[in-house]
Design a protein around this ligand. Structure first.
Ligand code: NAP
Length: 530
């Protein structure tokens, strides 16, 4: 068993234990868990940033094959933690062991997917425009470009994914894959889980003979450490998953620095579902069951939780009754933190008080001191929805709002009124889908992922996945935090003009020694250049 120390990991050293202490809280029992975790000092933040900046000089030049060995080693070290990791993460989050195991597997698969990406090497988007000295009226220079890493990246752990969006989660894996050192800011909800995974990453850095500073893990409840990190002059980018207010505060800090940096924040999404009339008639029971499962999965604490469901008014009765039954018989959930639980209860209460909204089903929970929350199902009509912007706000938890539309025009107006989202879903039969160009055209401008006849929860980690979307879903709708494209956010292109072959990076040399895909004079090829 690992002896948890409660201290930050600053390069290869452990932090001091004189900063403000916090304890993780078991949300199922409200017990404080040992040990106390100590906030990193300003000196430790500075030391981690200095080490990361120094390490960047070496790590940026590590070959794709060696970065792949490192990423695979991290995955192996996490797997070795086995039951110890499951036990601690379960205690800190109240998520069931099966979920923690699945999330651990996803985290390790994600690390290996990025390992495969960088071992292959083609991700750097190498482009070569050969010189033409005889071109008229001016000779054409030789131009070659590829992606290079940005520099030290700060990653903020997410409360709702103690593994897959935390210490060695997607942001860390993609930043390391792209060649950037990472400093992780732990989340106060699961500091012990963070320490276990942090030690596994740190061990991998040593085992792969990489420089100190490629990885650090800092504790810092109270926002100060996060603020110091994102404003530190040696930090070059950030990744965040959490609340809209937190993400926007960090975006502001990142953009108002003397040297502004990108902060990739994934914040708030209500993941609308649009159910068209024939689909509802044909599959009312299946839609009710699927919707119920999606809304209540992990107590609704997913960024892809469907918070708005548009249904045709004249055919809605059966769905509403069935969904109401399913919700009423769903036992209350233990939520991740007291803060998330009280935010959820406030969100539900606000909807209960809204005169435009009707409560259909609710599980009342009255146990003080515990992070328990019951499901809630609400309905309103499209006109009321269009008149009240507050109905678009995320209620993070097992709740959803049904919106009854009476005309196609109302449905389209509702779609048009939405803010940026991670996902949107359409339930339709073939003919309805063929007649939905107007709806699809609107949704394409609003979301990162369009789901057909399914549900938005469950994000596949792969090459094609987009887990992003226009503001406020994220701070930059051009990128994704899941899937191999995530590496692109932590890289930028550099062009070498008329550079001697021997001095070029391997990826751009004439002989193509890495055998990667390149665009040579506009054609995708693996061929060398004579
Ligand atoms: P959060 O409050 O946004 O915090 C996430 C991380 O960002 C924490 O490490 C926090 O530091 C840091 N942070 C937040 N505001 C900051 C600021 N102004 N300056 C510097 N650092 C800052 O998110 P949360 O604690 O996970 O949950 C709160 C609410 O966020 C939930 O109730 C839910 O509504 C929403 N949420 C949404 C999603 C989603 O995927 N859509 C996921 C999780 C949470 P500290 O630890 O020091 O506070």
């Amino acid at each position: 068993m690992t002896q948890l120390s409660g201290k930050s990991i600053v390069g290869f050293r452990r932090g001091a234990s004189d900063g403000d202490p916090i304890h993780a809280i078991n949300p199922a029992t409200s017990e404080e868990l040992e040990p106390a975790y100590h906030s990193a000092s300003r000196g430790e933040v500075d030391e981690a940033a200095r080490l990361a900046s120094k390490a960047f000089e070496t790590y940026a030049c590590v070959s794709g094959k060696n970065k792949a060995i490192f990423l695979r080693k991290i995955a192996e070290n996490i797997e070795i933690l086995g039951d110890e990791l499951v036990a601690r993460a379960t205690q800190e989050t109240a998520l069931p062991p099966a979920r923690i195991k699945t999330e651990t597997a996803r985290t390790c698969n994600q690390l290996r997917l990025f390992a495969a990406l960088v071992a292959d090497g083609s991700w750097v988007d190498a482009r070569i425009d050969r010189a033409d000295p005889n071109r008229q009226p001016l000779p054409k220079p030789d131009g070659r470009s590829m992606l290079h890493p940005l520099g030290p990246v700060v990653v903020f752990c997410a409360s709702n994914f103690p593994l897959a969006f935390s210490v060695a989660g997607g942001d860390t894996a993609s930043a390391l894959a792209a060649g950037n050192p990472v400093i992780v800011k732990a989340h106060h909800a699961h500091p012990g889980t963070a320490e276990l995974v942090g030690l596994a990453v740190s061990r991998a850095v040593r085992e792969c003979d990489l420089p100190e500073g490629v990885f650090s893990l800092l504790y810092g409840p109270g926002r100060e450490v996060g603020r110091q990190l994102i404003t530190h002059p040696l930090i070059k980018a950030g990744g965040f998953t959490g609340s809209r207010s937190g993400g926007q505060a960090l975006m502001k800090l990142a953009s108002s620095r003397p040297e502004p940096i990108p902060l990739y924040a994934e914040m708030s999404s209500v993941n609308p579902i649009f159910i068209l009339p024939s689909a509802l008639c044909e599959r009312s029971e299946a839609i009710a069951k699927g919707l119920h499962a999606s809304v209540t999965l992990s107590a609704g604490q997913f960024c892809t939780n469907p918070g708005l469901v548009f249904i045709p008014h004249d055919r809605s009765e059966k769905l509403i009754v069935r969904l109401g039954e399913l919700m009423t018989t769903t036992a209350p959930f233990t939520m991740l933190t007291p803060g998330i639980c009280s935010a959820y209860r406030e969100g539900v209460e606000k909807l209960c008080q809204n005169h435009r909204v009707e409560l259909i089903a609710e599980q009342k929970v009255n146990e003080a001191g515990k992070c328990l929350a019951g499901v809630a199902l609400f309905q309103t009509d499209a006109i009321s929805f269009l008149e009240d912007q507050s109905l678009c706000s995320e209620v993070f938890g097992p709740s959803t709002l049904l919106i009854k539309y009476s005309t196609r025009g109302e449905l389209i107006d509702c779609a048009r009124s939405l803010e940026g989202q991670l996902t949107a879903t359409i339930h339709a039969d073939e003919e309805e889908l063929n007649n939905s160009h107007d709806l699809i055209a609107i949704l394409q401008t609003k979301v990162g992922r369009l789901v057909f006849n399914g549900f938005p929860t469950g994000v596949e980690v792969g090459h094609a996945m987009i887990h992003g979307g226009p503001f406020p879903a994220t701070s930059d709708g051009r990128s994704t935090s899941v899937g191999t494209r995530a590496a692109l956010r932590f890289a930028r292109s550099v062009c070498y003009q008329d550079w001697p072959d021997e001095a070029l990076p391997e990826e751009l040399k004439n002989a193509n020694p890495l055998h990667i895909w390149r665009i040579v004079d506009g054609q995708m090829t693996k061929d060398s250049i004579l």
